[in-house]
Design a protein around this ligand. Structure first.
Ligand SMILES: [Zn+2]
Length: 498
């Protein structure tokens, strides 16, 4: 924690003194980290490493098909310190020159993923070749959507498999997406591509039809790119600000889950954009690491008010004459024929002829019961959303109280490889934050990675945090709303040092 600024100033000086030092060498490797004890794998999970060297300075980008680097999932807290210590000792790669990004796929990886990652980096470092580098952007707008829904009552909820979609008539608007793919391409001197690093924002959580262990869409996109490139090349996916970005049609109940189709679209968009990139033999090579403290939230008040809302909502449940078994056939009948639901039109006409209203009366009663039952179902849906979010708030309030301090330390990394500028954060930044950083950056090709070098849950905007308890991102969060301005200010400072 004592290390506040670790600027790679020495690198800049060295680059200026020795013109040759501005050229690059690079090597890649990928190691399978799939946990085959976790059940059948649909496809493989990898740790992919790209070692880049300029002069005496080495750095490594590591892309891991896992949910997070520590805190949640199968990669434990000791992973990053273990990897950094080994790379410093054995390869003289400084800890602040190590970037590990989790794709955030929900696949199950091996317990020894740290050792396997170290192995991948060592393999990559053994095979350094001179390279040219180039930077570009691609576009992809078919595979993702913002998962936050703005409701007409001013609240926001989101699209999760943990709870229901809201009724259509309550939906007012949807949130933004980032269609940009940031691309760093590294070619051997003969023009063959050695590596591509691509940054895009989307939760890779679509799933596969088999239900097997999977690296999900970004595993498929990397594989599709590698299949199209020469043998021995690697495609490293760097997850962006995907906090509120889901795969498109995430809650499709009519088709088998197909992460591969989405991944292939992303992969093709990367390949298409790569073709247009101009390659350069020399360029800048800078890494800046910064550690900052961000304010933790106190959720006590919000928890109490949400508990009150839940109680109020429970009281909205009305008495019902129906149960599910009676409701379903009635619902069908009253939708198949709205005019004559209970019997043939003949008998309705007969009753009219003789001046009776028995069926009409029955229909009125059934319609009333159906409406009341549907209202109860909507109330239940609201309750399941609130309960799920309340559980998240209680979890994080517990963590924040147990932390013993009102702030949380996070590591930010800024790097510049030629024109490729990337800043990182160890959590799930929502997409607007990435868009803000890109718009404010002095560098045209600035990209933003979440899920990097640690994990501190979701990191939504200050505005999104006014909705605490309503959607996952604002509830699955340990940060106080002020974090957002502090973070964007810290990134602006960090960018100046690149
Ligand atoms: Zn997530």
């Amino acid at each position: 924690m004592q290390k506040i600024f670790v600027c790679a100033f020495a690198i800049c000086v060295m680059s200026a003194i020795n013109a040759n030092a501005a050229t690059f060498s690079a090597g890649v490797a990928k190691v399978d980290i799939t946990n085959d004890d976790a059940g059948p794998a649909n496809d493989r999970m990898y740790a992919r490493a790209l070692v880049i060297q300029q002069g005496d300075t080495k750095a490594v980008l590591i892309a891991v098909d896992a949910v997070a680097i520590g805190e949640i999932g199968y990669i434990k807290h000791d992973y990053l310190p273990k990897v950094r210590a080994a790379l410093q000792q054995d390869l003289q790669i400084a800890p602040e020159h190590v970037l590990v990004n989790a794709s955030h796929c929900h696949g199950i990886v091996r317990a020894d993923s740290a050792e396997l990652t170290i192995q991948a980096v060592k393999q990559a470092a053994e095979n350094l070749v001179p390279v040219k580098i180039g930077v570009g952007v691609g576009k992809e707008d078919r595979i993702m959507e913002n998962r936050r829904i703005k409701m007409k009552d001013g609240k926001e909820i989101d699209i999760r498999r943990a709870y229901s979609m809201p009724p259509d008539h309550e939906i007012a608007a949807v949130g933004p997406v980032d269609t940009e793919i940031g691309i760093l391409r590294l070619d051997r001197m003969n023009g063959q591509t050695l590596a591509v690093v691509y940054n895009f924002a989307c939760h890779p959580i679509m799933g596969v039809a088999s239900g097997g262990n999977t690296a999900d869409m970004t595993g498929f996109s990397s594989q599709a790119i590698e299949d199209a490139l020469p043998d021995g090349s690697a495609a490293l996916f760097i997850q962006g600000c995907a906090g509120d970005i889901n795969p498109a049609k995430y809650k499709d109940f009519d088709n088998p889950k197909n992460a591969e189709a989405l991944g292939n679209l992303l992969g093709l968009s990367v390949l298409r954009a790569m073709k247009k990139i101009e390659m350069q033999a020399e360029g800048d090579f800078k890494f800046v690491q910064e550690k900052i403290e961000l304010p933790r939230a106190d959720l006590a008040e919000r928890i109490a008010s949400l508990e009150g809302e839940i109680l109020q909502t429970v009281r909205q449940l009305k008495g019902t004459n129906l149960n599910l078994r009676a409701f379903l056939p009635l619902m069908t009948k009253y939708n198949v024929n709205k005019d004559f639901p209970s019997y043939s039109a003949q008998h309705y006409l007969h009753e009219k002829l003789v001046g009776r209203k028995d069926l009409e009366q029955l229909d009125t009663e059934n319609r009333r019961n159906l409406e009341a039952y549907i209202e109860n179902v909507h109330t239940m849906e609201q309750l399941s959303r609130m309960q799920t979010n309340l559980a998240l708030l209680k979890l994080h309030q517990g963590q924040n109280m147990a932390a013993g301090k009102r702030t949380v330390a996070v590591e930010l990394l800024g790097l510049r490889i030629g024109q490729f500028v990337l800043v990182t954060f160890p959590g799930e930044l929502t997409v607007q934050i990435g868009l803000n950083i890109k718009a404010a950056s002095p560098y045209p090709q600035t990209f933003v990675a979440g899920y990097t070098n640690g994990y501190i849950y979701y990191a939504p905007t200050e505005e999104q945090l006014r909705n605490v308890g309503g959607a996952q991102e604002d509830s699955d969060c340990i940060l106080a709303p002020e974090w957002h301005k502090q973070f964007e200010a810290a990134i602006a400072e960090l960018l100046k040092k690149l």
